[in-house]
Design a protein around this ligand. Structure first.
Ligand SMILES: [Zn+2]
Length: 459
């Protein structure tokens, strides 16, 4: 029997009443939250067990990142320039790197990306599809004790690397969702159906992938419309915009998580709402890539109308932050700024999106996403003896989102296991991992012939 007591000046539960327990504690046994209450009471009833946190710390549920890429370009982090023309970061950088990636590269990259996410309070991830070596990513998540969905790159456009006929691609997807126990909902690592999306997947393949996810009790995720070019392509081929087309071919629904869906018209927004399709929004990536998120996005409107929305970090240009609370602040800021309405959205709303909302989008809100008795113990403890938390606010949600963000994450618990303690991984040698990632990244860039360098002269 493993037991753990987690203490906090505030325990932000995200339960249905959104209670914040002051001088609170969470008692965890065998991976499950067994009690939530006052620190004094739970200390007295559970003496002598491992304790995390104290009377000054802040506790919240583990965060859910609903769209990121754990592999390949993460090894080239911040080596890809941030002022490339549209598409170049993918086709001139990421795709050549994909062609040269080894299983060890994918494992190191996934370890580094997942550790980065974990150190910022993320306990659950939906990987948007590993191009080459899905098993290496599953190993990495297992090593770090992280909850996550893994997948394999699914596309059937002509001449794409790691592509194939619809039947071949579906066979690979089926292998993933059967090998990583998509039906075992409490398994830490589960399989998802992951299509590339955009205009690179045939209708038959997309519809079959969505059906496969439903059959296997998991999600299907794919990219669409982070920019306006996908809509142009579908209009030309089908006469309608992509999400209208997807609804017609049965490729939307509750098991679908659309990566992006930023550039939507009215009919597409209605299709998303009608089919209860979820959207994973990655605002920081859009801003850096200059994709028109501020003027185009309908995500706040989707949320206000009861749509299913989560946040993600993406990684398209390799430099994106994995601090999901920083992404959350960006999303909340834009949701206020674009309509010039400070009452439109706020820190409390966005904290829902990265906790219980994200869990709901991934179909696991009965397991994680809030601190409630009976749920799996995914918890984050922040230390507040830091300037970003001082003086102590009467409402801990405000400094968490707008000031501290992930930077003060001190302990992280996933499934009852302490995976980060005192700001360091308990499961990997971080310094050794950083060295391996640096070596692997340089070697990968060389094999792929990528022109890495700095914009300003290095003297
Ligand atoms: Zn993506």
């Amino acid at each position: 029997m493993s037991e753990l007591l987690i203490l906090g000046a505030s325990v932000i539960t995200m339960d249905p009443q959104r209670r914040i327990i002051t001088d609170g504690a969470v008692y965890v046994r065998d991976g499950l939250i067994q009690a939530v209450g006052r620190a004094n009471d739970l200390r007295a009833s559970h003496p002598g067990i491992d304790v995390l946190g104290d009377s000054t710390t802040i506790v919240h549920p583990g965060l859910v990142n609903a769209h990121l890429h754990l592999t390949v370009d993460r090894l080239l982090r911040s080596a890809i320039p941030d002022d490339l023309p549209p598409g170049d970061s993918i086709f001139q950088w990421a795709v050549p790197a994909h062609a040269h990636v080894t299983p060890e590269d994918d494992e190191i990259s996934a370890l580094l990306a997942a550790l980065d996410a974990q150190r910022n309070g993320v306990t659950t991830v939906l990987d948007a599809g590993t191009v080459a070596h899905t098993a290496a990513v599953a190993v990495a998540l297992g090593t770090l004790g992280m909850r996550g969905f893994v997948g394999t790159w699914g596309w059937d456009a002509d001449g794409v690397p790691f592509g194939g006929s619809p039947a071949e691609v579906l066979e690979r997807q089926l292998e993933v969702v059967t090998r990583w126990s998509s039906h075992d909902r409490t398994a830490l690592v589960r399989g998802a159906v992951t299509m590339v999306g955009h205009d690179l997947v045939s209708d038959d393949l997309l519809a079959a992938g969505v059906a496969m996810a439903a059959d296997h009790g998991t999600v299907c995720t794919f990219h669409i419309s982070p920019h306006g070019r996908d809509a142009e392509s579908y209009l030309e081929r089908t006469g309608v915009r992509p999400l209208v087309h997807f609804e017609r071919i049965g490729a939307l629904g509750r098991q679908v998580v659309l990566g992006h869906a930023v550039h939507l018209d009215d009919a597409e927004l209605e299709a998303v709402l009608r089919t209860e399709t979820a959207v994973a929004s990655c605002p920081l990536a859009y801003l850096r890539l200059g994709q028109g998120f501020a003027p185009a996005n309908r995500h706040t409107e989707l949320w206000r109308r009861g749509g299913r929305l989560a946040l993600g970090t993406d990684s398209e240009n390799a430099g994106d932050s994995l601090d999901l609370l920083r992404v959350a602040a960006t999303f909340a800021g834009l949701a206020k700024d674009v309509p010039m309405d400070p009452t439109a959205f706020g820190a409390h709303d966005v904290l829902e999106l990265v906790t219980i909302g994200g869990a709901e989008v991934l179909g696991i809100a009965d397991l994680v996403g809030s601190i409630e008795v009976g749920k799996r113990a995914d918890l984050v403890v922040h230390r507040t003896d830091q300037p970003s938390w001082q003086p102590v606010s009467p409402d801990p949600v405000l400094p968490l989102v707008w000031s501290a963000q992930g930077t003060t994450t001190h302990h992280v618990v996933t499934d009852g296991r302490v995976v980060v303690r005192d700001g360091r991984s308990t499961l990997v040698d971080e310094i050794e991992l950083f060295q391996r990632a640096t070596t692997a990244g340089r070697a990968l860039a060389e094999r792929a012939g990528l022109p890495i360098g700095a914009k300003w002269p290095l003297v």
